[in-house]
Design a protein around this ligand. Structure first.
Ligand SMILES: NC(=O)c1ccc[n+]([C@@H]2O[C@H](COP(=O)([O-])OP(=O)(O)OC[C@H]3O[C@@H](n4cnc5c(N)ncnc54)[C@H](O)[C@@H]3O)[C@@H](O)[C@H]2O)c1
Ligand SMILES: O=c1ccn([C@@H]2O[C@H](COP(=O)(O)OP(=O)(O)O[C@H]3O[C@H](CO)[C@@H](O)[C@H](O)[C@H]3O)[C@@H](O)[C@H]2O)c(=O)[nH]1
Length: 460
């Protein structure tokens, strides 16, 4: 009944939404998303999806059980599929050679070994995960050495969606990038994948390249985006010393069409599962290929980001007369950006960690991140459970969080923070009422008029 079968290994932030979109736009294709994590698959099959993305629930509900399936039968799904997407995690390595920088490819390797073991007949393997350039070589070697019956073509098809806007990004991508080998088989496979996307993406937005350009472009895209944020954040510090206004500077330089206005928003620092990991991976690759100067150049983007996060926490401590011990500080927002429940590498976590070390009592409110998410992330950052139990309180609202607080810090740009009743929040805070805007979402003059000692980023 179905013309084609797609299987996706990895039902995470990328696998779930991308496959849901393919299923939605290609009713003639059967799409099965598989994972070894049973809990995650159960959630995909429930009313409470494991990933919060505006619009995702509707698409999943419309297609689940028709041509979109979530399951744990990885081996059967591989056997059945014509196209196999690999969308497993590629976190930063935490052990051995390259620890703290190189990508850990253990999940990619185990997926490749599983494909080699189960696959019979021709299969197109698609690297959806973000991987170091030349990973396809390793995948091909594993497949060749471990399979007698499979015939494989490996393609690179990196994903550029951003969390919080995943559905819009998938619906109308700036571009789809597909890399394949310049062989007859490679080009035929590439055309098969082009035809899948062409069901809804205009042909001129589907870029095709060789394998290595495609693999490398993903790391480079993230490096360039992160570099813009670190660049404007470095300038935010200079603005604070000179009475220039970083938002005005960003507007002025962004009006130059050669620079452009996007990704110039000064902040407490970039977070998310990708930027830091992919930058560190790029740094490692440059070192590996004997290019220490290039490695150092990109490493500086990460260093400025670390500095921006720690300088934000230091500013809070300094403003509170150099001691926050026992003082209540309200943390508004914990997710790494608005419209997501993801806390991976969230700047808020680093600021909280530094404030907890100084002895502050934190009252954290985030519309999507609750106790479990905050606890898991703080533990990952090395904060002890005992400290969390004694010094962290999860509030149900921004009003509860800020009640009798010495200071409040906005760390995620949730829309609801823009429309809070700041006048009454001011009334219920201790004085001087310090308000740190790590996202520059509140109007400076009006907020100061309410009485706050207001400290946005990059405004003298
Ligand atoms: N999160 C993003 O916004 C984003 C955007 C673009 C690209 N990426 C890249 O996409 C990749 C996946 O990211 P993610 O955020 O979806 O990761 P994730 O951790 O949310 O999901 C990965 C899933 O793969 C599963 N898995 C691992 N090994 C498996 C195996 N052998 N068989 C079956 N399932 C297996 C895990 O259980 C997990 O559920 C990464 O390389 C990431 O860098 C992520
Ligand atoms: O001007 C800006 C823009 C973003 N950020 C911060 O940067 C981080 C990353 O934001 P964003 O890029 O919007 O989210 P991600 O979901 O991490 O998406 C990035 O990482 C993905 C994973 O590789 C890529 O697919 C996307 O193209 C790329 O934008 C967040 O903490 C933002 O708050 C700023 O501080 N200032």
């Amino acid at each position: 009944m179905f013309k084609q079968k797609i299987c996706c290994i990895g039902a995470g932030y990328v696998g779930g939404p991308t496959m849901a979109m393919i299923a939605e736009k290609c009713p003639h294709i059967r799409v099965e998303v598989v994972d070894i994590n049973e809990k995650r698959i159960a959630a995909w099959n429930s009313d409470t999806l494991p990933v919060y993305e505006p619009g995702l629930q509707e698409i999943v509900e419309r297609n689940r059980g028709k041509n979109l399936f979530f399951g744990t039968g990885v081996e059967d799904a591989i056997r059945e599929a014509d196209i196999i997407f690999v969308s497993v995690g590629t976190p930063t390595k935490t052990y051995g050679h390259g620890a703290g920088r190189a990508a850990d490819l253990c999940y990619i390797e185990s997926a490749a070994r599983m494909i080699a073991r189960c696959a019979k007949g021709p299969k197109i393997i698609v690297e959806k995960s973000t991987i170091p350039v030349r990973t396809a070589e390793a995948i091909k070697t594993i497949l060749k050495a471990n399979s007698e019956e499979g015939q494989f073509q490996v393609l690179s098809n990196p994903e550029f969606l951003a969390e919080g806007t995943a559905i819009d990004d998938l619906l109308e991508p700036d571009r789809i990038l597909i890399g394949g080998e310049h062989t007859e088989g490679g080009q035929a496979a590439l055309q098969v994948l082009v035809d899948v996307y062409a069901n809804w993406v205009p042909r001129e937005r589907i870029l095709t390249t060789n394998l290595w350009s495609s693999e490398l472009s993903k790391l480079v895209a993230n490096a360039f985006l992160a570099q813009r944020i670190s660049s404007i954040n470095s300038i935010s510090a200079l603005c604070e010393r000179t009475e220039a206004d970083v938002d005005e500077v960003a507007r002025a330089i962004g009006a130059d069409s050669r620079i452009g206005p996007k990704f110039l928003k000064a902040s407490v620092g970039f977070g998310g599962s990708c930027f830091q990991k992919d930058l560190l991976n790029l740094v490692y690759l440059c070192e590996h290929f004997g290019l220490p100067e290039v490695a150092e150049y990109w490493d500086q983007v990460v260093k400025i980001n670390d500095w921006q996060k720690s300088r934000f926490a230091q500013n809070i401590v300094q403003a509170l007369f150099n001691t926050v011990i026992g003082k209540k500080v309200a943390i508004l927002g914990y997710a790494f950006k608005k419209d997501t429940n993801d806390t991976r590498e969230a700047a808020a976590g680093y600021v909280c960690r530094d404030l907890l070390e100084e002895g502050a009592q934190l009252s954290i409110y985030d519309p999507q991140v609750k106790l479990e998410g905050v606890t898991q992330h703080l533990l990952y950052l090395g904060v002890s459970q005992e400290t969390i139990d004694k010094q962290v309180h999860i509030a149900e609202s921004a009003e509860e969080s800020t009640k009798e607080a010495h200071a409040a810090a906005i760390l995620t740009e949730w829309d609801e923070f823009k429309t809070l009743d700041w006048a009454s929040i001011y009334q219920q805070m201790l004085k001087p009422a310090l308000l740190f805007d790590g996202r520059n979402i509140l109007p400076v003059e009006e907020t100061r008029k309410l009485g706050f000692d207001f400290r946005p980023i990059g405004k003298g």
